[in-house]
Structures are given as structure tokens and as C-alpha cells.
Design a protein around this ligand. Structure first.
Ligand SMILES: [Zn+2]
Length: 220
């Protein structure tokens, strides 16, 4: 594995440093944790070192608010803007989004808003009381990605669409592969169908279906 890491954390102090920080260098190797972004260190509960000040080189253009959400399928990182839900990703999937946002000047801060509508709806979803979400989304992507994600949001429960059908509906009949890539880069899991969420499932090479799995809602 190639490490492109710029941020080093210490497991015991929960502090993150720039490489080469004098106190940071004294961290025992077994306590070192590597992050691909400061955003990732933060969502994992680390704070910036006061000696090497890893946040000072960074001028955020936008701040998003994050929450960790513990579900029966594992822990998700939720991020929102003032406009809506930006991201729902598992801890494993989140780091690449967090690193990309950091390159784009987006910084994450812990959410102090209690009782997020999103969390209530996720709770209901995992308690099998809800299938669809009623939320404002603030998804970030190219115009084509946004079109595909919007299309996914509107597939009726239990129905199937192939990449080819999707591409055709969007007026780009030759773009089936691009549809596939857009499906795979959807930043808002659960709410927008994604193969990894067990809600759309790979039926054949290019066929996806909304389907209730054992962890999904009832009645499918
Ligand atoms: Zn430091």
C-alpha cells in the first residue's frame, strides 16, 4: 500500500500532527495512526496539535458539519451543509471523500445540532418503519452525476433499472458505463440507492434493483 498520508495521529493522546513535529516524533510507532486528511482525523475524534498546528496552513472555504452514526450495519459518517445532507458513508468509505473535500478547501467540524432530521429518519429506516427519506440533499458532483443520482432516487421500491435503461432515460444512450461509475461514486448511501447498501443489488453485470435485504425495510 502506498501511503499518501500527510497527517499522523497518536492513539493515546488523540492528537494529530504534521510529519516531523518534534513532540509528534516521540509518538511510539505502535501508537501512530495515519490519516489521509485532517478531516479524517477529526471525524475519528482527534484534535490538532498545538505545537505544529496542522490546521494553520489550511484556509477553509467552506465548513461542513459531521456526526458519527452507529447503525446495525456499522458506523456511518454523516455530513451536512446549511442546505442539506452532503454525505452518508461508512467509516471505510468516508476517508476518500474527506480527503477530496479537504483538497477542495472543505473542512469538517463536529455537528452541535441535536436531533437531526436525518438521524430520526435513519433510525426509522433501521427499525424498518421507513423506506423512503424526506430530506433536503446537497450532493456534490458533476451535472451528469447529479442527474444519475436523481434518477436513482426515483426508482420505485422493488423495481429494477439497468445502466443502459438509465443512460437512455437520461438522453445519453451510449453512457451506460458512465452511469455505472456515477452509481459507484454516490456520496449519500442509504438515502440514494448504492450497491454496498444492500438496497440495490447486483443482479447481473449491469442490472440493479431496489430490494429489501435482511437489514432493509420490511414488506419487499
Ligand atoms: Zn505536532
Amino acid at each position: 500500500m502506498v501511503l499518501k498520508t500527510v497527517i499522523i495521529g497518536c492513539r493515546t493522546t488523540k492528537i494529530y500532527c504534521r510529519p516531523g513535529c518534534p513532540p509528534g516524533r516521540r509518538t511510539k510507532p505502535e501508537n501512530k495512526v495515519y490519516f489521509s486528511s485532517r478531516n479524517e482525523a477529526r471525524v475519528k475524534g482527534y484534535r490538532a496539535c498545538k505545537v505544529c498546528k496542522p490546521d494553520e496552513l489550511f484556509k477553509a472555504r467552506e465548513t461542513l458539519f459531521f456526526t458519527r452514526y452507529h447503525s446495525p450495519l456499522g458506523t456511518y459518517i454523516l455530513a451536512r451543509s446549511e442546505k442539506g445532507v452532503v454525505c452518508i458513508k461508512t467509516e471505510e468509505q468516508a476517508p476518500k471523500f474527506l480527503a477530496r473535500w479537504e483538497r477542495e478547501g472543505i473542512e469538517l467540524k463536529g455537528d452541535d445540532k441535536k436531533k437531526l432530521k436525518l438521524i430520526n429518519q435513519l433510525d426509522a429506516y433501521f427499525e424498518k418503519k421507513r423506506r423512503r427519506f424526506d430530506l433536503l440533499l446537497d450532493m456534490r458532483g458533476t451535472p451528469f452525476q447529479l442527474q444519475v443520482w436523481d434518477f436513482l432516487l426515483n426508482i420505485p421500491w422493488g423495481e429494477t433499472r439497468t445502466y443502459g435503461q438509465t443512460a437512455k432515460t437520461l438522453g445519453r444512450p451510449k453512457a451506460a458505463r458512465a452511469v455505472g461509475r456515477a452509481v459507484g461514486t454516490n456520496p449519500v448511501s442509504i438515502v440514494v440507492p448504492l450497491p454496498q447498501d444492500n438496497r440495490i443489488r447486483r443482479q447481473s453485470d449491469r442490472l440493479w434493483r431496489w430490494t429489501g435485504q435482511k437489514d432493509g425495510p420490511p414488506g419487499t
